[in-house]
Design a protein around this ligand. Structure first.
Ligand code: SAM
Length: 285
């Protein structure tokens, strides 16, 4: 493991923690089924069996943690780790609400997984999950190497990540782009391991994983109307862009976006986005 501090990484992680703290109260609570569906699907693609010990990195509010805990059963153990205290509190509440005593979530950096009071000996996990989060990490290749170390031989590393966004929505992003700043899933740097399935598999191979397989599926997100889409954006990391729009430009920016949304609406005012999501499962050898 590299313990070398890289410029700006600590600040980026601290800013991400605060971003997700701001999303946490509404995340997956605005009436739009999105991350919980993807979490169940990711767990379905891996093979968690009763009694296994599982790590869920970037656990958020428990979209993966909860179905993984159900699959591991009462004799298993599922540990979620997330930078955001707000997200972790929600994951803990949900596990308790569902009576999943085998699940718990803690605040920590999932890139290094050095957790107070939680055994993280090499080879002590059967599976590591990373649901829609690995691309937020400054150095996903360092994280992947750490997961290889934590996994038993033959253990699984299961990751969900984005394929292409719905091209019908490109004009929505184009309409908002002049008003704010921020990262976009539409523009990945040339060296990103998330730019293609081959690049991602190559990164996993270099980190010590074998037999990587990726399936690409539709991620269909349905909004009853434009207002619900707007509330949903603010419940996700998508709020990061809108937070950079100056107050005196907000109304104009929202107007520009709503004008484009009008062209995408169905007769009942609803909006649907169909992007591609990828589920990758690799084995530690
Ligand atoms: C889009 S959310 C996904 C959460 C959850 N896995 C799900 O599927 O709903 C991304 C999560 O990754 C977390 N995250 C980002 N970088 C992290 C890091 N270095 N360590 C731990 N958590 C991180 C964020 O705080 C956030 O909760």
């Amino acid at each position: 493991m590299s313990g070398i501090a890289h410029d700006g990484e600590a600040e980026r992680k601290a800013a991400l923690a605060l971003l997700f703290d701001r999303s946490a109260p509404d995340y997956e609570r605005v009436g739009v089924e999105h991350f919980n569906d993807l979490g169940r699907r990711l767990v379905g693609h891996a093979k968690v069996t009763a009694g296994q010990r599982v790590l869920d990195v970037g656990c958020g509010t428990g979209a993966v943690l909860v179905p993984a805990a159900r699959a591991a059963g009462p004799d298993g153990e599922v540990i979620g780790v997330d930078l955001s205290a707000g997200m972790v509190a929600r994951a803990q509440e949900e596990a308790a609400r569902q009576g999943l005593r085998q699940a718990r979530a803690v605040v920590g950096d999932a890139e290094t997984v050095a957790l107070d009071g939680i055994p993280t000996a090499p080879g002590s996990f059967d599976a590591v999950f990373a649901g829609i989060c690995l691309f937020f990490f400054p150095r996903p290749e360092v994280a992947a190497a750490r997961y290889r170390e934590l996994l038993k031989p033959g253990g699984q590393f299961a990751v969900s990540w984005w394929g292409r966004p719905d091209p019908r929505w490109d004009p929505v992003f184009a309409a908002s782009a002049p008003y704010g700043r921020g990262p976009s899933s539409h523009t990945l740097p040339e060296e990103s391991p998330f730019r293609s399935v081959d690049a991602f598999h190559a990164m996993l191979g270099e980190a010590g994983f074998a037999e990587a397989e990726t399936v690409e599926e539709d991620c269909v997100t349905h909004f009853v109307d434009a207002e619900q889409w707007w509330r949903w954006v603010w419940s996700t990391a998508g709020r990061q862009f809108w937070e950079t729009v100056p107050d005196d430009k907000r109304e104009e920016a929202v107007g520009a976006v709503y004008a484009v949304l009008d062209t995408l609406k169905a007769a009942d005012e609803s909006l649907t986005s169909t992007s591609k999501v990828r589920f990758t499962v690799a084995k530690r050898y």
